[in-house]
Design a protein around this ligand. Structure first.
Ligand code: PLP
Length: 371
């Protein structure tokens, strides 16, 4: 018995735990990517799809300047950031909402649309926060398996819509497989979804997309009031640690996001760093181009080693290793790179520093010989 459970209440009765919502029972906990292992000769973290580059020019200065005033609350309306985003992406500020990372906004979207008795559809496997935020809302998850080719099965997802469906996540490109959805398929899908069901196009990795058949969600949202686009500063922009993302959606949805936002959730440091990052676009594009080049190299070399690698449009690659997944991850960690295994399924490996990618390629070549 724990020390706590032996305590008695003032009237001598046995303590009763506060009633918590049943919806929270059995909730899967979010598994963050393992940090780089300490103690080895070298160690790189390729487990969280982070950006290996330091902050963009001017960002650290803006953030440090904002840090000098952190005795004050931030601008709750994120006025400066919204104005910058509005100009940068050509969308009205009233269609924008910021949040504590795009995962924070995903949670707000659930709070805004779904509860017990409702359903939320998403592909599986996909971003592991979807089942968590769905379960917290009390709604039921409807998971539609990816196709053999690791693609969203959009026909099956449209078929899964019922009159209980309130929200559909479409992760494009998909985490953890990296596969992106071409425009025609996505448009056909959106045409099939009832107009009162919110479709969330999660484009956390949009900046890394090079396939011209993949449409920018911002084009689709304009004449579709049931489409919401999610973007983040965590990946290409390299601000993962500052927790800032944004949504673009028509008025009623954007307004719901403002209502459900944690007050002052986005710090002034994050707001100012995001503005400075948007103003540093040339450097951003250069870095993204270098990561895409590395992605191409890693994919090419893995295929040359004999692996089947889906065409990734993100800053990671996916190896479907099945039962060998955890063995591979252990070997990689011993060699100096931590990756993100999904036991029994496969592993996601972020594109990082060239040296880190080289270590991963060496591990993959070694492992391949044993298969
Ligand atoms: C598909 C997808 N969406 C959203 C996020 C969340 O990013 P953040 O909350 O850092 O903006 C991630 C992070 O891994 C992701 O992979």
């Amino acid at each position: 018995m724990s020390e706590h459970s032996e305590q008695k209440t003032p009237d001598g009765a046995a303590p009763v735990p506060p009633r918590l919502r049943q919806a929270l029972e059995g909730i899967p906990s979010y598994k963050p990517g393992r940090p780089a292992a300490a103690g080895g000769p070298v160690s790189y973290k390729l487990s969280s799809n982070e950006n290996p580059y330091p902050p963009l020019p001017g960002v650290l200065e803006s953030a440090s300047h904002a840090a000098a005033s952190f005795n004050r609350y931030p601008d709750m309306a994120c006025t400066g950031l919204l104005a910058e985003l509005s100009e940068h992406f050509g969308v009205p500020a009233s269609h924008l909402a910021t949040g504590t990372g795009s995962v924070g906004i995903a949670q707000q979207l659930l709070q805004s649309t779904a509860g017990p008795g409702d359903e939320v559809i998403y592909a599986w496997r996909s971003f592991e926060a979807y089942p968590i935020v769905t379960q917290i809302s009390g709604a039921a998850s409807v998971r539609v398996p990816l196709t053999e080719g690791e693609e969203h099965d959009l026909d099956a997802m449209a078929d899964a819509v019922t009159d209980r469906t309130r929200l559909i996540f479409v992760c494009n490109p998909n985490n953890p497989t990296g596969v992106a959805i071409p425009r025609d398929g996505l448009e056909r899908f959106l045409d099939r979804v009832p107009r009162d069901v919110l479709v969330v196009l999660d484009e956390a990795y949009r900046e890394f997309v090079r396939d011209e058949r993949v449409v920018d969600g911002l084009e689709l949202y304009r004449d579709r009031p049931n489409v919401c686009v999610l973007r983040t500063f965590s990946k290409a922009y390299g601000l993962a640690g500052l927790r800032v993302g944004f949504a673009v959606a028509h008025e009623p949805v954007a307004a719901a996001l403002r209502k459900t936002a944690v007050p002052f959730g986005v710090s002034q440091i994050a707001q100012d760093a995001a503005v400075a990052s948007l103003r540093s676009e040339d450097a951003l594009l250069e870095r993204v181009a270098a990561l895409v080049e590395e992605r191409t190299r890693v994919t090419r070399e893995l295929r040359a080693q004999g692996w089947t690698v889906p065409e990734s449009q993100a800053n990671f690659v996916w190896l479907r290793l099945g039962e060998r997944t955890t063995d591979f991850a252990e070997l990689a960690e011993k060699a100096g790179v931590t990756i993100r295994p999904f036991a029994g399924e496969g592993t996601r490996v972020s594109i990082g520093e060239t040296e880190a990618n080289d270590i991963f390629l060496r591990v993959a070549a070694e492992f391949r010989k044993e298969l």
